[in-house]
Design a protein around this ligand. Sequence first.
Ligand SMILES: [Zn+2]
Length: 369
Amino acid sequence: MINGTNCHLIYDGQTVASKHRKHIRDHHRTKELKTYIKQKTGMSEAAFADIDWQSHKRSVNTFKDGPHIFLVKFLHGWLPVGKLVSRYNPVKYPSACPSCDEPVEDSKHFLTCPNPERRKWHAALKTSLRRRAHRVPERIAHLLHSQTTIGWDNFFLGRWSRHWTTLQLQYLQRNHIEGKKKNHGLSWSSNIIRLLWDHCYKEWKTRNSARHGKDAEDKAQRRLETAHRSIRDLYDPKPRCSLQAQRHYFYPTVEDHFRIDSDARSLENWLETYQAMIMPNIRHRRNNSDLRLRQIDDVFNLIRTVPPRDPTPTMAPRQRTPTLTTRPINTYFRPLRITSPTPTLETPTTTARTTSTSNNPTTTAPRPP
Ligand SMILES: [Zn+2]
């Protein structure tokens, strides 16, 4: 009965007697999450039901050794490893492992990288586990079978078989060991699960150091290398850009670019400004090429009457070279004689055309007599 009313809450055919809001919230979200996990891992219904979800939930709620966002991404395979982030930009974010020669770094490789520096966490984890769980349950056939069905990959994700806590309790009773808060039940299992995640988070930080650098100097160098790599990748298709784009967006050579913009910040600014324009320019020009159309600036460049300025390394990309369109208008037309008192019949056409562009009120077109 809901307080203050004469109503009962019935959810999924069952009456909810108390904690109505929590019940609705938990069951509504849990249902979708269970479906998602089963689909993603390919786990059977029996294996899913065999997982000790209480220990898992308690571990998630009490995990304080790292940011919660890390844990969510770790549990669902969304950590930004090379395989995932390279989909956004394969040049800026390479898919290879930062610590070894593995060409594609996925979530599994993150935990199994053979690099000696990266493997140190295995030994540290074993040491920590021995401290907390040195008393391994003796009759573990059921346990092994159950956890194998669930998957040992899921063991690291805190999806443990129910048999872990059951056998631990049986072991304590059989050996007349006093049951304390930390050596059995939910506390025991969730403590060890959190220990696993703690080591995984430390390993994630080690991996990030290998990717982005250990100290400030190393990080700055990695940042510069990333910017160089991205800019080189944009200079490769430079000949496929329109002539105007080549002149406005790029330096003469990529080496000139790196010599003039030597710091990572300038290079990143250039990327942010021009990257979004260069690739559409290439696509647009390719489409025109398929249609046998030429860019108008390519044509104007061919008939340029003023010789272009010599490209120098100090020329900024956006500085314009004088072209036909920048010439003064009087270089195209004859000078206008404004003070002529009696215009002749031969001049109206020229005069009228010129005055329409000059907007000078004193040079109105004379009327024919
Ligand atoms: Zn590796």
